[in-house]
Design a protein around this ligand. Structure first.
Ligand code: FE2
Length: 222
């Protein structure tokens, strides 16, 4: 099973898709690339938006999409790309941001991230809320910081884009080949690149691609 764990494909839910037409094109690209399951992960910025309006917007976008989706397209499960903020662990209903049917949360680190500043929140997400936390696009962050978080029990999602550039490919390969890498993502916004980057990632990873996909399926209980 091929799973795109990080995709901005819900019409109007965030800046990833401006319309139903865009979303349908994105999903067609995914289908052509052999994707079986898409996790729809609109951005959620808890510093700027309350949970309820976000969930309402996501549900409405999902309903619009499902109505228009042809029968033979990849399956879609709801999730979110949640930006870390201090006190996120206290957010009532946080579990509703996990991938549907799981306790798996896709977490984006904020621009001002430091372990020291967010340590209490990170600790509580894992050990009080008892969530499985997957760090979104680990290829974007300072390697030392990521390594430290992975040692503490966080898991990793790797984006497709760095596999397309000489200067970033080797580090992305190392990340994706590590056992903490449990997911791969297109992080698709709009339709400009389609799934070309995802296919390039698949080609570059070779057998390691299937290994990560197997870990994703296991994480989601598939
Ligand atoms: Fe994203």
């Amino acid at each position: 099973m091929q799973i795109d764990f990080h995709a901005h494909i819900l019409p109007g839910a965030d800046h990833g898709s401006d319309s139903l037409v865009t979303s349908l094109r994105q999903i067609r690209f995914a289908q052509d690339a052999g994707i079986d399951l898409l996790i729809a992960t609109p951005h959620f910025y808890p510093r700027h938006e309350a949970l309820e309006p976000f969930l309402a917007r996501r549900a409405a976008a999902h309903a619009r999409l499902m109505e228009a989706l042809p029968a033979d397209t990849p399956r879609i499960r709801l999730g979110a790309e949640v930006q870390l903020c201090r006190g996120l662990d206290h957010l009532a209903g946080l579990e509703q941001l996990c991938v549907e049917g799981t306790r798996v949360l896709l977490l984006e680190l904020p621009p001002d991230f430091s372990v020291r500043a967010y340590e209490q929140t990170l600790d509580a997400l894992l050990y009080e809320r008892k969530l499985t936390v997957v760090l979104a696009h680990v290829d974007r962050y300072v390697p030392g910081t990521v390594d430290f978080l992975l040692e503490l029990g966080f898991l990793a999602q790797v984006n497709a884009a760095p596999f397309c550039h000489l200067r970033t490919r080797k580090a992305a390969l190392c990340r994706a080949e590590s056992v903490q890498a449990v997911a791969l993502g297109s992080d698709i916004h709009g339709v400009s690149t389609g799934y070309r980057e995802f296919l390039e990632m698949k080609r570059r990873l070779g057998p390691a691609y299937d290994a990560v996909m197997a870990r994703t399926a296991s994480l989601l209980g598939l």
